[in-house]
Design a protein. Structure first.
Length: 254
């Protein structure tokens, strides 16, 4: 098999959470371009994403759920298996952010973010890992971390806690599941032009200070995650375990 063939995902099924817009949409599109069929798990209708995936000749299964309630996960996995009878890739992308000074931060804003960004990530990965073990063929789990997995940030205490936790859980799950042929890794996006950063980009002063620190000199875009997500979803990364890949234009290098 050639090196380029190692990146092919033909015949694979990928679950991508939170893929109706932004980074999730970009990653779902990239996986489909590499040959995978996509199961999208969203709260809102992923109409644009579905159109893009099907235009590539791939299948798209539209599942709706609020992952803040983990009781839906087993049912989602059962439905996902309807595509081919198996699942090969999970991208844990769904997440939210709440901004407020730490001294004023509410319990609700803490719980809402932790439940979706961290608790659901673990329990969805757990359910998929059990499926991989039952299938006996291994599989890929890709969690979405953040620069705030490495840094503290300001005014986002629950987000920082959740994304630091994602990086730690990625290592933990890799330690336990690598012997089953399950690769667990994470992608840590930098400052990306998505809905989550709309307020920052609208603040000219804040946006300028951010861009000044990014060596690449620009905000990232969803397509910047295409290569990393296909790599981590494919055979090309079979000996990569427990690692968090920063895709940040050099932010963390400063």
């Amino acid at each position: 098999m050639t090196v380029l063939q190692n990146f092919q995902l033909a015949g694979k099924v990928a679950i991508v959470t939170g893929c109706d817009t932004g980074l999730g949409q970009g990653m779902a599109r990239a996986l489909a371009q590499a040959g995978a069929d996509i199961v999208g798990v969203n709260v809102s209708a992923p109409t644009e994403t579905q159109t893009q995936i099907e235009a590539l000749g791939r299948r798209f299964l539209d599942l709706r759920a609020n992952l803040s309630d983990i009781s839906c996960i087993d049912g989602l996995l059962t439905q996902a298996k309807q595509l081919t009878g198996s699942v090969d890739i999970l991208v844990n992308n769904a997440g939210i952010i709440r901004r407020e000074d730490a001294v004023k931060f509410s319990e609700k804003d803490w719980d809402d973010v932790i439940d979706l960004n961290l608790k659901s990530v673990f329990f969805f990965a757990q359910a998929v890992a059990r499926q991989y073990m039952a299938q006996g063929s291994g599989g890929k789990i890709i969690n979405v971390a953040s620069m705030l997995s490495f840094q503290g940030g300001v005014r986002v205490p629950s987000y920082t806690a959740s994304k630091s936790g994602v990086m730690g859980l990625t290592r933990l799950m890799a330690n336990e599941w690598a012997s089953h042929g399950i690769n667990v890794n994470a992608i840590a996006p930098g400052y990306m032009a998505t809905n989550n950063t709309a307020a920052l980009r609208a603040d000219e002063g804040r946006s300028a200070s951010i861009l000044e620190r990014i060596p690449a000199g620009r905000w990232g875009v969803p397509d910047d995650l295409a290569g990393p997500v296909v790599f981590l979803a494919s055979q090309a990364s079979n000996y990569v375990n427990g690692y968090t890949v920063a895709v940040d234009g050099g932010w963390l290098a400063r």
